[in-house]
Design a protein around this ligand. Structure first.
Ligand SMILES: Cc1cc2nc3c(=O)[nH]c(=O)nc-3n(C[C@H](O)[C@H](O)[C@H](O)COP(=O)(O)OP(=O)(O)OC[C@H]3O[C@@H](n4cnc5c(N)ncnc54)[C@H](O)[C@@H]3O)c2cc1C
Length: 408
């Protein structure tokens, strides 16, 4: 285990912070907040690679290229994801929900823990409730552990909330509150993050690019100036990224003129991204090819689950756990994405003026991220805000209209 990072209030960076709107160490993930990764000196700063010109294709941020606007709720729990077990009638239920803005990133690690608990009962058959990031990965892991698995869910992945995520490696995005989760959570988090990271290795280099590594840029007029204190009313979302600092590259400062971005402070890193259309399809196919069954069903109370034929159940309802389990510890954190038509020639992400952009195979994700982790907190409105769309796309248009020169 790596040493615990010193406690810092990373969530409110001072003006000029070169981060992905609080998408810190892990890049553009729509959810993470300002990372301490920029607090220290960047590695490779002004090195040879940073000096040679890196050509990049521009994003076409035109209003009529917006082909969708989606909204999703992060299932946030101050204490971190629920992974305990309980008996409902004669059913043994293992919970696996409440992963905030880190559900995709932590899914394999969290699922490994949940499946371990489920397999302690040596079941032949397992039921998984939910067909989002957590349900699908838990189901596949349970199959690999030797169980026959049926997924029961109201909505399957393309409709489930997980399909509306950014698709970035953001394992400590709105995953817990520092004080509520306590120091022990850091170890559990690290176990989940490391297991997930390793498992994602299996999905790299495949046709359709379900998972890939891409560069992320941060374009700023002012130099990163360190962490500021939390503002009144702001919550101290837990930061655990330093525990796995060895896994991912750090930010490097780019020499002026070495990228098409015309700003005094341009930084670059690389991060893993999930192209969710293809990745989700891959997961669904893998599950079905291994003999998995899927049944569309809605549950209203826990006793409905106890009535299933399977007596070992992994419960992955995401935000749906709030109603199904009457679990008011789940708080919604709203997030909105505007989708620009895919541009395969754009193979990077960028953060500029509190708007993040990530080019995926299934569309270009544009997100307003002002306010950091507090943005969308306790907001359960799942309807698009057109004003937010206009503002976010206008910022991207400004970046590519006046601060981008393809020839350096
Ligand atoms: C804008 C945004 C961007 C994000 N970006 C990222 C990112 O880049 N990286 C990352 O790691 N995470 C990201 N997240 C977080 C991530 O999307 C969530 O943590 C994750 O989707 C949670 O997955 P889940 O499987 O628990 O829930 P869900 O995807 O909501 O799946 C729940 C499943 O349970 C079913 N269900 C629920 N209730 C019932 C019921 N009563 N009966 C039957 N079935 C039920 C649903 O139909 C569904 O199939 C983002 C979130 C948002 C909002």
């Amino acid at each position: 285990m790596s040493p615990v990072a010193p406690a810092v209030h990373r969530r409110r960076l001072l003006q000029g912070s070169a981060t992905f709107g609080g998408l810190g160490l892990f890049g553009l993930g729509g959810c993470a907040t300002a990372g301490s990764s920029l607090a220290g000196p960047p590695t490779g700063a002004m090195g040879a690679a940073a000096r040679s010109f890196t050509p990049l294709a521009p994003v076409r941020a035109e209003r009529d290229r917006i082909f969708d606007v989606t909204v999703c709720l992060r299932p946030f729990r101050a204490a971190g994801p629920r992974l305990d077990t309980e008996e409902i009638g004669d059913a043994f239920v293992v919970h696996n929900y409440g992963h905030g803005g880190s559900g995709w990133s932590l899914s394999w690690g969290s699922g490994t823990i949940a499946v371990g608990k489920a397999m302690s009962k040596s079941p032949r058959k397992i039921a998984v409730i939910g067909c989002g990031a957590l349900g699908l990965t838990s189901a596949i892991l349970a199959q690999r552990a030797g169980a026959e698995v049926t997924i029961y869910a109201k909505e399957l992945l393309p409709q489930a909330r997980s399909a509306r995520a950014t698709g970035s490696w953001t394992p400590d995005s709105r995953i817990a509150l520092t004080d509520v989760a306590g120091p022990a959570f850091g170890e559990l988090w690290e176990e989940m993050a490391r297991t997930s990271f390793k498992t994602y290795r299996n999905y790299l280099g495949l046709p359709g690019k379900p998972v890939e590594w891409t560069d992320r840029y941060s374009v700023n007029d002012e130099e990163h100036s360190g962490h500021g204190p939390l503002k009144p009313g702001e919550l101290d979302f837990g930061e655990y990224a330093d525990r796995i600092r060895d896994l991912t590259p750090r930010w490097e400062a780019m020499a002026p003129g070495s990228t098409p971005f015309q700003a005094p402070f341009v930084r670059r890193t690389s991060s893993m991204q999930f192209n969710i259309a293809d990745y989700g399809h891959t997961l669904m196919s893998d599950f079905l090819l291994a003999g998995g069954k899927i049944e569309r069903r809605e549950f209203h109370i826990p006793a409905d689950i106890a009535a299933l034929p399977e007596k070992v159940v992994i419960n992955c309802p995401g935000y749906g756990g709030r109603a199904l389990w009457k679990d008011e510890s789940i708080v919604p954190v709203r997030g909105q994405i505007q989708w620009l038509i895919p541009q395969p020639e754009v193979n990077y992400g960028v953060y500029y003026k509190e708007v993040s952009v990530l080019s995926r195979t299934d569309g270009i994700v544009v997100q307003a991220v002002e306010g950091g982790d507090m943005k969308g907190y306790k907001n359960e409105a799942e309807i698009p805000d057109r004003g937010e769309t206009d503002r976010a796309v206008a910022v991207v248009a400004e970046l590519y209209g006046s601060r981008f020169s393809a020839r350096g």
